[in-house]
Design a protein around this ligand. Sequence first.
Ligand code: BGC
Length: 389
Amino acid sequence: MEIPKDNFLWGAAISAHQTEGDNIHSDWWYFEQMGKIPKSGKACEHYKRFSEDFSLAREIGLNAMRVSIEWARIEPEEGVYDIAQIKHYSEVLIDLRIKGFRRFLTLHHFSLPLWAAKKGGFLNKSVVDSFVNFSGLVVKELGDEIDFLCTINEPEVHALLSYIRGVHPPFKKNPLVALRYLLKLVKVHNKVFTEVKRIKSDLPVGIVKNNVYYEPNQVSNFFDNFVCSVANFLGNDLLLYMVRKRSDFIGLNYYFTNTLRLSLKGIKVENKNVPKSDMGWRTYPPGLYFLLIKLKKFKLPIYITENGIADSEDNMRGRFITEHVESVMKAKKEGVDVRGYLYWSLLDNYEWHDGYGPRFGLIQVDYLTQERKMRESAKAYKQLIKSNG
Ligand code: BGC
């Protein structure tokens, strides 16, 4: 379907497990209690403070929010749906509408109900079927309050961290299983798309894809260029080719660039003497422009569903946002159909296996008192929105 052209969207993104707190029926919670990963505990208490948080987002001048819905809350036991939780998310989405936001809702953002994880997650066909049913239920119950539905957040990152690096549940280190899992995620996306369209054909559906910009170490070196093309095809394009017929838009997440060198010793990442975030990621705003140009071939509207920096001192973030937005605007001028920019994240939050150390928020959160404080960079973002508005 064609998504009607709207005003440019300025937003921020969050996810349920990282902000809500007390996500007790999820696989993450289970392994957190076992001491395998840091405890998320109360997180930002966003579950009960959502309205206050969205008011702050409004103060920044945002007109779009990306949130996720927690499957583990809606279906805490296999086949048992908790209607009170559907009502909760309905309140969240209505609050956003009343405050003037366009709403992106993600169905799967890394976490699973514990029962589904115990059955092998999406490697198990019955879990895939349950997820498709859950997605259908969400659309039946909440579809009128969703503007954009995102099926799966960052399939490759999810597969990599859970099945190759083994730092996310279920902590496996098996590249072949990772590949199988990734192919299942493609299937899940395509099935959910079909199911959603059956119920509500006018609801835009897309996937959220993390792309890395690969730059050759030496611009004129054949081997460096070759390895970048391969990485770009496998890491950035391939999955999109597999879902493009069942996507109304592309949600693009961009965080960093890697400079690659191919030598007899193998592929080396050369990120020397360049600005890095608190995560050690190489920030490179022009990378977003180059990636957007490369995505033009898919002929689908693009929303930047995440772009952010861990910067506890807040001395890089303002410039980071400004320069990335410049890249977006440059690509837009050159004919890329990019329709929105959502910063990650609205709030400091639980950064998965890295716990509460990294600070990505436009709004600083004191995890002891739950006090929120607008960072200077949020004010810079506000100015930027005004001057582009
Ligand atoms: C994920 C977020 C995460 C962010 C920063 C993205 O990969 O979607 O959940 O917090 O990156 O690491």
